[in-house]
Design a protein around this ligand. Structure first.
Ligand code: BGC
Ligand code: CA
Length: 352
């Protein structure tokens, strides 16, 4: 009898435990269904453009939650420029069963490792800003890329310079030789945007019938302080011969302007400066007359596309329905030229 009682007690205990566990699993499932979890891995958090893109992502969450009627959690991991840290961060997102993973590769040539892992786990992957090679994009059809057309950015930047030259040649052509003497600040050499922006900005100026002469070029790796150093060096070497500073992005243009200001060569006294991105600092310099123009690299538009694709995939919907700009696996958000004439429009857009 005693034995029987303890057996019954044991069975009861086992049943209770099973019921409790089932209960837990039940609520866990429910939680998964009522919310979306997205992992975002960025190459380095101290990159001005990437950090503005992250801010735009965070801003876009609220609207998305209202639209979907569910919670959207976005977890951002900074790889601090280490590909192996980034691989670990992606592993962690996969282990935690995130619904979609967005990756801004440190080294865009090694995306296959990440695509393979995501494919195996069945978690859709959205690359952005640092474009994987086509072969890696082709591994799995639930791989997407959100970025821009680098050629368009270069062409628009070149057009700003050509227009400025044509309307104010006597001011810009300091030595009056009819040629445009320039220096070029380039982004990271491994980044798809650098070479193409460089090439097409100059090609566009030439196409407009302007004769150019390159005095110097060098890479500032997208960053302000190496660009400042380069500009100091070039000012030392070429001084007032520099008529135009072409920069692959606004951050490096900021470094160049800092050096120009220190040497009493900013604004009307020195070369015109043009950049790409339309960062807050860039737009402010246009207002102040220290920068001729920039090309809007629409961080907000890119963030909205990234979030749109991620949430659609997480919900098992066709991302093309949610993000009509998606063509095949790619979204390329258009650029716009920005000068003193229309800068306010872009400040308003950013603050909206
Ligand atoms: C932006 C740069 C940025 C880089 C980061 C480029 O598209 O123009 O400002 O540093 O992406 O990958
Ligand atoms: Ca000249």
């Amino acid at each position: 009898m005693k034995k029987m009682k303890s057996r019954i007690a044991r069975i009861c205990l086992a049943l209770c435990l099973a019921a409790m566990m089932a209960g837990c699993a039940g609520t866990e499932k429910k939680e998964e269904k009522t919310g979306i979890k997205i992992g975002v891995a960025i190459y380095r958090g101290d990159d001005a453009f990437i950090s503005s893109l992250c801010a735009s992502l965070e801003n876009a969450i609220k609207d998305k939650e209202e639209k979907l009627g569910k919670k959207v959690v976005v977890n951002i991991a900074d790889a601090k420029n280490s590909q192996s840290s980034q691989n670990d961060q992606v592993d962690d997102f996969i282990r935690k069963g995130y619904d979609a993973i967005c990756v801004n590769m440190v080294d865009r040539t090694v995306a296959a490792v990440i695509v393979d892992k995501a494919k195996e786990a069945g978690i859709p992957i959205i690359f952005f800003n640092r474009e994987p090679v086509e072969e890696d994009m082709a591994i799995w059809n639930q791989t997407y890329y959100v970025g821009t057309d680098a050629r368009e950015a270069g062409e628009l930047e070149g057009q700003i310079v050509a227009d400025a030259w044509k309307s104010q040649e006597s001011r810009i052509d300091k030595n009056g030789d009819g040629k445009l003497q320039y220096v070029m600040l380039e982004g990271e050499q491994v980044h798809q945007d650098s070479l193409i922006r460089t090439e097409y900005s100059v090609k566009t100026i030439l196409k407009e019938g302007i004769v150019t002469e390159k005095l110097a070029s060098g890479t500032g790796n997208w960053m302000r302080s190496p660009a400042y150093e380069l500009m100091q060096e070039w000012i030392g070497q070429y001084g007032s011969q520099i008529e135009v500073v072409l920069s692959n992005n606004d951050e490096m243009a900021m470094g160049a302007i800092e050096a120009l200001v220190e040497n009493g060569m900013s604004g009307g006294n020195g070369p015109i400066v043009v950049g790409i991105d339309g960062t807050e600092d860039g737009l402010e310099k246009i207002i102040k007359g220290e920068m001729e123009g920039t090309v809007m690299n629409d961080a907000r538009g890119q963030a909205e596309s990234i979030l749109g694709i991620a949430c659609a995939c997480a919900e098992g919907k066709d991302p093309k329905q949610e993000v009509p700009e998606l063509k095949g696996q790619y979204v390329r958000v258009p650029h716009s030229p920005v000068t003193a004439d229309n800068v306010q429009e872009f400040i308003d857009y950013k603050n909206k």
